[in-house]
Design a protein around this ligand. Structure first.
Ligand code: ATP
Length: 384
């Protein structure tokens, strides 16, 4: 069993708290993504799992075994880095075989001629050759086995790095932003490749990224981190549809979720002069300090003269992005978009299908699909 359990794990670098106090249970065979902005502590957490960093306090268990005091080599976890870390003077075949050769390491492997002979003997043994070739086939590297890393593209090099991790047949794969050096097109191809690899190999994967698209498409669950604290741990769908707080709500989704200030009075949501019926699922909620969260695609825009209970506003910007248009709207009639990092004060964003003919300055009525609304406390930021 390759489940991973973290009990009260913390990491301090001097006075700096990189990881505050993390409890986490990753199930066997799961694809966990550690997601968050630069500096939130995701690499530190991964490095503690690998044994490349000590824990300041707490315990890490792999299956039933406590591993936080064990050296990396005793943990049965393979690490794939952003920078590939291939040996330039070795062929692809030798790079992939390398962990298997090192498993049989003897001190005299360092002796130039003798060591070379011994390594070659291991590399050519049927067991190692079969495993290397099987791994290369899985990753479509068979044709490249006798080439050197410098003759490969970034994506091919990353596949070799994956092959070197796979050949050890570890229980756990740890990956730290393995795709961040690739261009956008290759990144999306490799994303699918790693997902397929996970399905085929069936091990437990822990994957660090700051890219929400990678997290949403690859993860079976996501731990979204900020300042060394896990903000939410859930499936991509849970994180998208039921964010635990306004930070999670704004981190996932492009453009991010809109947050509009309001209050709830007798089953009615009051936003400026507008009055909207509270959806039945939120019937028990009341309060003066509410933030109403709604995704841009749950908004609709119509001519201001049309009647129909929307929020009044004026278009300030229209961006056409192929299949849809993103429209920024400045709210009026007392409605206030909550000021958030990265947002233009007072504006909300709507995505509409197709090519929008709206022009900046147009008066619009913003309709809300109330079944998609999520409510937060304005004082704590937590979901209600
Ligand atoms: P990035 O995506 O930029 O790599 P991250 O989320 O992986 O960021 P970490 O590298 O884990 O973040 O760093 C978390 C915090 O701990 C940062 O504030 C960082 O400066 C600090 N930190 C990391 N390693 C050390 C170290 N060896 N000594 C001191 N501070 C460190």
């Amino acid at each position: 069993m390759a489940s991973i359990t973290l009990n009260h794990v913390a990491k301090h670098f001097g006075n700096k708290v990189a990881i505050a106090d993390v409890d986490l249970k990753v199930e066997d065979g799961e694809f966990l993504v550690l997601l968050g902005p630069s500096g939130c502590g995701k690499s530190t957490l991964l490095r503690m799992l690998a044994g490349l960093e000590t824990v300041t306090s707490g315990e890490i268990h792999l299956g039933g075994r406590r591993v936080d005091r064990l050296p990396p080599s005793a943990r049965d976890m393979a690490f794939v880095f952003q920078s590939y870390a291939l040996y330039p003077h070795m062929t692809v075949r030798r790079n992939i075989a390398f962990p298997l050769i090192m498993r049989q390491f003897k001190w005299w492997f360092h002796i130039p001629f003798l060591g070379g002979l011994a390594k070659r003997k291991i590399e050519r043994s049927p067991a190692v050759r079969d495993l290397v070739e099987k791994t290369a086939k899985t990753l479509s590297l068979t044709e490249m086995l006798d080439r050197y890393p410098r003759t490969l593209s970034g994506g091919q090099r990353q596949r070799v790095a994956l092959g070197r991790a796979m050949v050890r047949q570890p229980e756990v794969f740890l990956m730290d932003e393995p795709l961040s050096n690739l261009d956008a097109k290759l990144r999306s191809a490799m994303r699918a490749e790693i997902t397929r690899l996970h399905q085929r190999v069936g091990g437990t994967f822990v994957y660090v990224t700051h890219d929400q698209v990678e997290a949403m498409t690859m993860g079976t669950r996501i731990a979204l981190m900020r300042d060394g604290v896990i903000q939410q741990f859930g499936t991509p769908r849970e994180i998208y549809t039921s964010p635990a707080n306004t930070y999670v709500a704004r981190f996932i989704g492009t453009p991010p979720m809109n947050l509009i200030e309001g209050r709830i009075d007798n089953g009615t949501i009051c936003i400026g002069k507008a009055r909207l019926p509270l959806p039945p699922a939120l019937a028990d909620v009341a309060g003066d300090n509410i933030l109403l969260g709604i995704r841009p695609n749950a908004l609709s825009l119509s001519d201001a003269s049309a009647s129909g209970g929307g929020l009044a506003g004026t278009v300030s910007l229209v961006e056409h992005v192929g299949a849809e248009s993103v429209v920024a709207v400045k709210l009026s009639d007392g409605a206030t978009a909550h000021d958030e990092e990265g947002a233009v004060p007072g504006e909300i964003m709507a995505t509409v299908q197709g090519y929008s003919d709206l022009q900046p300055g147009a008066a619009v009525s913003v309709g809300l699909d109330l079944s998609e609304v999520v409510l937060f406390s304005r004082s704590t930021g937590q979901r209600i």
